[in-house]
Design a protein around this ligand. Structure first.
Ligand code: ZN
Length: 276
């Protein structure tokens, strides 16, 4: 594809949506930036900051786990109070008009559902849920947040720059003092019910999404650089199935070579035209 696709206008996006009545939609962090949840990557698709904790480190290293929860105690507040923006509302409108066969999101913030989208696959899980790695009991993160604040009053009063997964920059604090509650049913390790780096997306979620591509006319990527394989694979699957792909994203995507249409714009301003 030549670079002319980069200057495509909202009109061409409207035309793309009209031409393909059954859309498979994949959304990423760029969809939620205007809800106050910062993105991880810059316009070149590179890390803006230190990459997030891996599953292996979280499970295998107590200090890293304390550090994660201390930072998350502060960073979660922004996600807790975030509201859906025009991008989320526009996608909910498209779904209500019967134009979306499946929405798959790489975000863990739950804002698509808050905007009214119903057919959503949370590819990487949900930050508002906590799971015990031993007995699989699930609980509300809101409850754990209260417990974390009660056990760690010195940390609860801190503030820091926020990151997309409810993490925060708190590098100079002594994490050893941080008290992390265990599962109240079995004493096991609690983990946010999100897919960490180094952890696989559960197979059934991927299979449901792949099946939805088969029943779609085209794919629409919204606010994702597709740098992570868990999202990129859907673009290659759509391309292999001969489905055209449009993307709304500020900056480069890993699938630029596969795109039929590229809108380099903020998600809310590009999608606002579909808001009913
Ligand atoms: Zn348990």
């Amino acid at each position: 594809m030549d670079s002319a696709i980069d200057v495509a206008s909202t009109d061409s996006l409207v035309e793309f949506v009209e031409r393909h009545p059954r859309l498979f939609v994949l959304t990423g962090a760029g969809c939620s930036t205007e809800s106050g949840i910062p993105d991880y990557r810059d316009a070149a698709g590179e890390w803006k900051r230190r990459p997030p904790i891996t599953y292996q480190l979280f499970v295998g290293n107590e200090h890293a786990r304390k550090r994660y929860w201390a930072r998350s105690l502060v960073g979660f507040r922004r996600i807790q109070h975030a509201q859906p923006n025009t991008a989320h509302h526009s996608l909910a409108s498209l779904e209500h008009s019967g134009r979306i066969t499946q929405l798959v999101t790489q975000n863990v913030d739950g804002l698509h559902q808050a905007a009214g989208s119903q057919n959503v696959i949370d590819l990487h899980g949900r930050i508002d849920t906590v799971r015990c790695l031993n007995c699989d009991q699930r609980g509300a993160r809101d409850q754990l947040q209260l417990e974390l604040e009660r056990l760690n009053p010195d940390f609860a009063s801190l503030d820091a720059a926020h990151a997309p997964d409810g993490d925060a920059d708190l590098d100079d604090v002594a994490f050893e003092a941080f008290d992390v509650p265990a599962c109240d049913a079995c004493g096991g390790l609690l983990k946010p019910d999100v897919v960490f780096f180094g952890e696989g997306v559960p197979g059934p979620r991927v299979q449901r999404a792949m099946a939805a591509i088969e029943h779609s006319d085209a794919m629409l990527v919204v606010g994702s650089s597709l740098m992570v394989y868990s999202g990129y694979r859907f673009a290659t699957a759509a391309a292999d199935a001969g489905k055209p792909i449009a993307a709304v994203n500020l900056g480069r995507t890993r699938a630029d070579d596969l795109l039929t249409l590229k809108i380099s714009d903020r998600c809310a301003s590009a999608l606002g035209v579909f808001l009913i």
